[in-house]
Design a protein around this ligand. Structure first.
Ligand code: ADP
Length: 250
């Protein structure tokens, strides 16, 4: 459903390519994590999919349609929650619907339904400053979901959370994913997080990025954290950590 075909990209002031003839594809409904050293170009892949940057060569397709010909929004959830401080939680959640041209009353009704479904309706009249980090990320996720996009691009959404909140957010996210039938691409630095969440892990193995090494996580869903201590998962974890150690010097 998502396909990169010979994609090249470099930032304007750079002399070298950051992405060089990259090909990969993601099937509908997959949960893919992307891991690799900082600065190797992971977020740039998201910026290309969400059309914030344009490839210099090659094409990106969603459902066989070139992203440049798609009008609908792409669900991009950046690292920080980017909630607007002077808007209430409900007004923040409404944003993609309003931007998409829905009447305000109608947008509010839809966003209210989602906040209720996610157990956040009692916070709808509060402001971002009143919410914990984990809750703000939930609102940010709902807002991304309300774009209606089939592909959700989540860029290290839990990296700023404390360890316990992070674990509960990972379980929460898997639960939501099982309900909403979306395709998720998830950038993380955390190998355990990638193993727990995804059915496939893409490892950035070269700079410029010329290919993504695919590692399958051989465990079905639903999952619980015990899967992380299975021998086959421990051996994949070791392989990934070694791979990343070598790539730090990229
Ligand atoms: P990652 O997500 O893997 O940490 P990024 O995709 O954010 O990496 O960045 C890849 C490289 O591109 C880095 O060297 C970064 O400094 C550079 N870069 C990122 N954004 C821009 C930009 N807007 N203009 C120029 N260079 C950029």
């Amino acid at each position: 459903m998502l396909k990169f075909f010979n994609v090249n990209f470099k930032y304007k002031n750079d002399s070298k390519l950051l992405i060089d003839s990259l090909n990969f594809h993601v099937n509908r409904g997959e949960f893919i994590s992307i891991i690799g050293p900082s600065g190797c170009g992971k977020s740039t892949i998201f910026r290309l999919i969400s059309r914030l940057e344009k490839s210099s060569d090659g094409d990106i397709y969603i459902n066989d349609k070139n992203v440049n010909d798609i009008d609908s929004p792409i669900g991009y959830m950046p690292q920080s929650d980017l909630l607007i401080p002077w808007r209430t939680i409900l007004e923040n959640a409404c944003l993609p619907l309003e931007v998409g041209g829905r009447k305000q009353k109608n947008a509010k009704k839809k966003a209210e339904e989602f906040l209720e479904a996610f157990g956040l309706d009692s916070y709808k009249d509060k402001y971002p400053k009143d919410l914990s980090g984990g809750m703000k990320q939930r609102v940010s996720f709902i807002r991304t979901l309300l774009t209606g996009a089939e592909v959700m691009l989540l860029d290290e959404p839990f990296s700023a959370l404390d360890a316990i909140t992070k674990i509960s957010m990972q379980e929460w996210l898997l639960n939501q994913w099982s309900k909403f039938n979306k395709t998720i691409l998830f950038i993380t630095h955390d190998v355990e997080e990638a193993l727990f969440l995804s059915n496939k892990i893409f490892v950035v193995s070269e700079k410029p990025i010329n290919k993504l090494k695919e590692v399958i996580v051989p465990v079905g869903y639903p999952r619980d954290r015990h899967m992380l201590s299975r021998p086959e998962i421990l051996s994949i974890k070791e392989e990934l950590v070694n791979e990343l150690k070598q790539r730090v010097e990229l």
